[in-house]
Design a binder for this molecule. Structure first.
Ligand SMILES: Nc1ncnc2c1ncn2[C@@H]1O[C@H](COP(=O)(O)OP(=O)(O)O)[C@@H](O)[C@H]1O
Ligand SMILES: [Mg+2]
Length: 344
């Protein structure tokens, strides 16, 4: 009898240990799963950081000084045209076995914009800006890191591909919207002063200035029109022509009605708050229509209403928008984690 009780106890101990081990394994699996789910909130691995004046792209091991005219002439080989805007033609090219993008000035009439873009690319190298590889100003060319997915305009078609379909989630899309706002925070507090993203008169144009990286992050690419808002100055103007449409901010539009013909000299200046006005429209595109994006839109309703205030002074700063976006992102992650835990 005593023996039987004893053997029962001997069997009971391993069973409890087994249960504990199983529980531990389940926990471990859960954490590995959640970790995998949220990996990639850090900067993209493709964008590797070097000291100013240096670059590293593709499979390169070391940071190398930006390429100059002789090296670009001799060793950057054009493969095919991959993009075209008003100012540049962009060619997929090859340099020492690395794929790069060669940007070529289309017409001398845009030389000033081109040079401004190059100078901004040099000054604003950072985690949310495309890597500069080299410049040859006198030839009107510069070279950047190549991103095979192209501009942010391709987002929906990219996420519809078999390869990316599993990543077409609120999580990836909200992270893109965060990338966009993070870039605006950077631009409005940049090392070269408060800059405005002017080449953004409609949604398509705005999206075409950003690249989609292979790990589905957003990088600012076209920096040809970033005027400086001077403290106590007259403000900036995005070009010299009359701007129209719902996408541009009210202060970017001719204020004197049809009775007075448009004149650039009479057009008042404005500031970085015109970028804030555009945030809700860009975010709506980036969030798309996946499970969860309507809940996010609901959470962002208040801050977006503030971005759309007609008086630019009453709009939040990019930093304030970012704070709300981050809290919505964290909140969504939290509730998603809880529902995954409940399911297990
Ligand atoms: N580094 C790059 N990698 C991949 N595609 C690029 C790259 N740079 C530009 N492109 C493509 O070329 C298009 C035009 O480039 P962009 O710099 O906006 O020229 P523009 O100043 O003429 O508007 C982009 O919208 C994008 O589709
Ligand atoms: Mg462009």
């Amino acid at each position: 009898m005593a023996q039987r009780v004893g053997s029962g106890q001997r069997c009971g101990v391993p069973a409890v240990v087994l249960c504990l081990v199983a529980l531990l394994c389940a926990n471990l699996l859960l954490y590995v799963y959640l970790d995998a789910l949220y990996e990639g909130t850090s900067p993209p691995s493709a964008h590797m950081h070097c000291s100013p004046g240096y670059f590293k792209v593709g499979t390169m091991k070391n940071c190398t000084p930006w390429l100059q005219c002789p090296e670009i002439h001799a060793n950057v080989r054009r493969l095919r045209l991959i993009g075209q805007g008003a100012v540049k033609q962009v060619y997929l090219s090859e340099w020492q076995g690395q794929k790069v993008a060669l940007c070529v000035l289309t017409s001398e009439q845009y030389k000033a914009d081109f040079l401004h873009g190059v100078s901004m690319l040099r000054s604003l190298q950072s985690v949310r800006v495309v890597s500069l590889v080299g410049v040859c100003e006198e030839d009107g060319v510069f070279v950047t890191e190549y991103h095979p997915l192209g501009s942010a305009l391709t987002l929906d078609s990219t996420l519809a591909q078999d390869r990316y379909r599993s990543q077409d989630s609120w999580h990836v899309r909200l992270r893109l919207a965060l990338d966009y706002v993070v870039f605006l925070v950077f631009l409005h507090n940049s090392p070269v002063g408060k800059r405005v993203m002017c080449d953004s008169n409609d949604l398509q144009k705005t999206l075409s200035q950003f690249l989609l990286t292979s790990d589905l992050r957003l990088l600012a690419n076209d920096l040809d029109a970033l005027p400086l808002v001077e403290h106590g100055g007259q403000g900036i103007k995005c070009g010299h022509r009359q701007l129209m449409g719902e996408f541009v901010a009210p202060e970017q539009q001719w204020p004197y009605g049809e009775a007075v013909p448009f004149s650039d000299d009479l057009m008042p200046g404005y500031d970085e708050k015109s970028d804030i006005w555009k945030i809700p429209d860009v975010t709506r595109f980036l969030l798309g229509h996946v499970s969860g994006s309507d809940v996010i839109q609901l959470h962002l309703f208040q801050i977006h209403a503030e971005c759309k205030r007609r008086n630019p002074k009453l709009r939040p700063s990019a930093h304030e928008v970012l704070r709300v976006y981050r809290s919505v992102y964290d909140g969504m992650k939290e509730s998603h984690t809880e529902s995954v835990r409940d399911m297990l």
